[in-house]
Design a protein around this ligand. Structure first.
Ligand code: NAI
Ligand code: 13P
Length: 335
């Protein structure tokens, strides 16, 4: 029997000890199930094992003693499934160092790789051909999941049996996966909403009002849909939890690191200063130029994404970017 056909997944590992990896590990370990988490930082490993906390990336969350951490990727073998929660710019190097095996890999990061224009599943297919893959993505602030607040999420895998088996294993009374077979749609929704959250933060920081934010969410969703449909995503995935759901969450709250980065840009602070020395990620800052370039190459119109890419690169000022967006020729809404 292959892992894809397994009906139960009991032993989980988590690759990545940032806020989201820690919250997902805690979700699975909360009732005492053993969960092994790989973290890159020795101080994170030590704090999880000795104090059952991750003060660096998920301060305030009490972790279950059945969640244990390691800094040795080699020990993540003999498990039923691995949740991979490494920011996309570092993903390829971490995957290349993972031990071989047949446990399905569930990708939880939201971004597109520079240079290759790959999403996480594309990278994984190169490194682990033939292995089972899934994508877990949706409106899920890590601290809320760790606190046991109600959350719904998309769980996509090409193989419906794998998606359903994983959904059963990950579901909790307050954590509800909705299954799908559309991995690319889930990946595109998560990557593009990060960029649009920066845009909405800019509008907030610059004091441009709530009408402007609603316009950005709608027109940003149109960009996500154009890009997604061109790459074979299903419209229903983009309109679901991994697309519109996450867009609404992160475009309306400064708990989003991407939105908060945008607020700083909107107040006129420099991107370089806002990005310097930060330990946490705002994936949209990495992904914006990548997605903008991929869209240009495929002649997909994404003016908001393009403006965020130029603002993050320090190539334009907020007032000029807004003026450029507002002075585009009038057009039918459906385009
Ligand atoms: N925090 C959240 O609420 C959510 C985050 N995500 C996504 O999950 C992914 C991970 O984000 P977080 O857990 O929030 O990260 P985080 O911002 O809390 O922590 C940064 C992470 O990057 C890792 N890192 C830094 N430099 C690295 C390197 N050179 N090699 C490998 N790893 C390195 C750190 O070890 C740490 O795990 C991102 O793609 C994010 O978009 C998805 C859903 C919710
Ligand atoms: O993706 C997230 C919630 O779904 C977290 O968003 P930020 O990375 O912007 O904090």
């Amino acid at each position: 029997m292959t892992r894809d056909c397994m009906t139960s997944f009991e032993k989980f590992g988590v690759v990545g000890g940032g806020a989201w990896g820690t919250a997902l590990a805690q979700l699975l370990a909360a009732e005492g199930a053993p969960v092994r988490l790989w973290a890159r930082e020795e101080d994170v490993v030590a704090a999880i094992n000795a104090e059952h906390r991750n003060p660096l990336f998920l301060p305030g969350a009490a972790l279950s003693p059945s969640l244990t951490a390691t800094s040795d990727l080699g020990t993540l073998s003999g498990l039923d499934a691995l949740l991979v929660v490494v920011p996309v710019p570092y993903l390829r190097a971490v995957l290349a160092a993972l031990p071989a095996g047949d446990a399905p890999l569930i990708f939880c990061s939201k971004g597109m790789e520079a240079g290759s224009f790959d999403f996480p599943i594309d990278i994984a297919r190169e490194i682990f051909p033939g292995r089972g893959f899934a994508v877990l993505s949706g409106p899920t602030f890590a601290h809320e999941v760790a606190a046991g607040l109600p959350t719904a999420i998309t769980l996509a895998a090409e193989n419906p049996a794998l998606a359903e088996g994983l959904a059963r294993a990950l579901a909790r009374p307050h954590f509800r996966p909705y299954v799908s077979t559309d991995m690319i749609g889930a990946e595109i929704g998560g990557a593009i909403k990060n960029v649009l959250a920066i845009a909405c933060g800019i509008v907030d920081g610059a004091g441009l009002g709530l009408n402007a934010r609603a316009a950005l969410i709608s027109r940003g969703f149109a960009e996500m849909t154009r890009f997604g449909l061109a790459r074979g995503a299903l419209a229903e995935t983009l309109a679901g939890l991994a697309g519109l759901g996450d867009l609404v969450l992160t475009c309306t709250s400064s708990n989003s690191r991407n939105f908060a980065l945008g607020q700083g840009l909107g107040r006129g602070e420099s991107a370089a200063v806002l990005m310097a020395d930060r330990r946490t990620v705002a994936e949209g800052a990495f992904s914006a130029p990548v997605i903008a370039a991929a869209a240009r190459a495929d002649a997909i119109d994404m003016p908001i994404t393009d403006a965020v890419a130029r603002l993050v690169a320090g190539e334009t000022r907020v007032a000029d970017a807004i003026q450029a967006l507002l002075s585009r020729p009038l057009r039918p809404e459906g385009r």
